[in-house]
Design a protein around this ligand. Structure first.
Ligand code: ADP
Ligand code: ASP
Ligand code: MG
Length: 443
């Protein structure tokens, strides 16, 4: 029996948050918890900023950020009345790295990962000292490839390492604390799983240990029917199927990192999303078994994205056009989200930071290309979406004067995506929420 408890940055922002998280761990001790932590508050952002300053050669600015971070971590440990000697060593190493970057004015993804890894290393040091839990370096377990910045985990190696080196340390009555987000290659180079990756770490470790639950502790009462910052009346969702959760995550529900779900699905482990400050409150259980039968469960949005409309110059949708088209995107490593095809043209959306000039140049060899930026994808997710008559009428009625530029029904039938102008996305969300969810059609 093992419980994985992951606490996000906002749940660890200061001493009183840490106390609250620690009390939840204490209460869970009989379940042999593995505690996976994010960096405190916005520490990772600050580390990225310091690295960028150093790369520009502005060492003073980088060191100033470092001093602020150090003060905050030291104040937190003082408030918790623990001494954490490792903090000094960590900050010293971090300073060396930043000085190196500033000297060379060069920041490789590999150096950035080394710098970014300190957020989680520091938070776990303080938490372990405060709770008396054993501190474990996640890099000894979480094996990844060398794609720095978005390293891919090696599930088989992680399982083997976790069984050999982590399993024996877990037991009822004690906790082990480790870092989310970070890992290491086979030859020991520090990597990260990408921003927001601590959820992913928790699911990977949960799967490797065959945990009976993975708890994601955050600052909302579970997964809500929309982003509460956009839709203040978003409703809690007590139960969510894996497929629905994966769609929501992929389409921007920040509460879960997009890849989080998969390792837990594969291992059939339920994931719960809970509010750290309100542990007695409502929460969401995500599990494979849940079939809610809801028409619309939740909405999510992602942006900015760019829409490309590519028209064949040969005037005929000759066979091979689509293959040639997607080959270009594939070769540039650009993933395409929505696709809509017409007789001689294809519209597709890509992330705003896609290498647009290179794509345009190559596509121009056999097609004309029109590009519109500053768009957002809205995703309407629900298990019975496809089988509920009248949903589209309600969607278009709610959006009325908001222009929908593309529409796509996910092949898995539980996701209907719409493309709108970015500046209209929030209003569109509120209207859809009102029409599809508050109106009783959904959650
Ligand atoms: P953590 O620091 O705990 O990882 P995140 O900030 O990554 O937390 O994710 C939690 C935030 O996700 C919430 O505060 C909320 O603003 C946002 N969010 C976006 N969509 C949703 C949703 N559908 N349900 C709940 N929260 C959402
Ligand atoms: N600290 C990392 C980030 O801010 C990972 C995480 O919090 O999930 O992206
Ligand atoms: Mg997060």
């Amino acid at each position: 029996m093992t419980l994985v408890m992951k606490f996000g940055g906002s749940s660890l922002a200061n001493a009183s948050c840490m106390r609250q998280a620690a009390s939840l761990v204490e209460a869970a001790l009989p379940r042999a918890p593995l505690v996976v932590l994010s960096a405190m508050g916005k520490t990772t952002n600050a580390l990225f900023e310091a690295a960028a300053c150093a790369e520009r050669g502005d060492l003073d600015a980088a060191l100033e950020i470092l001093a602020r971070l150090r003060a905050h971590h030291e104040e937190t440990s003082q408030e918790l009345r623990v001494s954490v000697p490792e903090l000094a060593d960590d900050f010293q190493e971090l300073e060396l790295l930043l000085r190196g970057v500033a000297l060379l004015r060069e920041l490789s993804p590999r150096s950035l990962d080394a710098i970014a890894s300190f957020g989680e290393r520091l938070s776990t040091r303080i938490f372990a000292a405060f709770t008396g839990a054993e501190w474990l370096d996640a890099r000894t377990i979480l094996r990844t490839d060398a794609r720095f910045g978005e390293a891919q985990p090696d599930a088989a190696a992680i399982q083997q390492l976790a069984q050999a080196h982590l399993r024996p340390r877990l037991g009822a009555g004690r906790a082990v604390v480790t870092q989310g987000y970070i890992g290491a290659t086979g030859d020991g180079l520090t990597t990260t799983l990408g921003r927001g990756g601590s959820d992913y770490s928790a699911a990977l470790l949960g799967a490797a240990l065959d945990a009976d639950e993975v708890q994601i502790w955050t600052d909302v009462e579970g997964v809500l029917s929309a982003d509460p910052r956009v839709v203040p009346g978003a409703l809690p969702i007590p139960e969510l199927g894996f497929a629905e959760a994966a769609e929501l995550a992929a389409f921007g529900a920040k509460v879960l990192h997009p890849a989080t779900i998969q390792p837990a699905v594969d291992a059939n482990i339920p994931v719960t999303v809970r509010h750290t400050a309100r542990p007695e409150g409502r929460y969401t259980t995500i599990s494979a078994e849940v079939t809610t039968g809801r028409a619309v469960t939740a909405l999510a949005s992602r942006g900015p994205v760019t829409i490309l409309t590519v028209s064949s110059t040969r005037m005929l949708a000759q066979s091979g056009f689509l293959a040639r088209l997607f080959e270009v995107f594939g070769r540039h490593g650009v993933s395409v989200d929505l696709v809509a095809t017409a007789e001689v043209s294809v519209s597709l959306t890509v992330e705003a930071d896609a290498p647009m000039e290179a794509l345009r140049r190559e596509l121009s060899a056999f097609a004309t290309v029109a590009v519109s930026e500053e768009r957002a994808i809205l995703a309407v997710v629900g298990e019975r979406l496809k089988r509920t008559p009248g949903i589209c009428a309600r969607i278009f009625n709610a959006l009325r004067d908001i222009n929908v530029e593309m529409i796509s029904m996910g092949a898995n039938e539980i996701n209907l995506s719409l493309l709108v102008r970015r500046e209209e996305a929030d209003e569109a969300m509120r209207r859809l929420h009102h029409a599809l969810i508050e109106g009783g059609g959904g959650a």
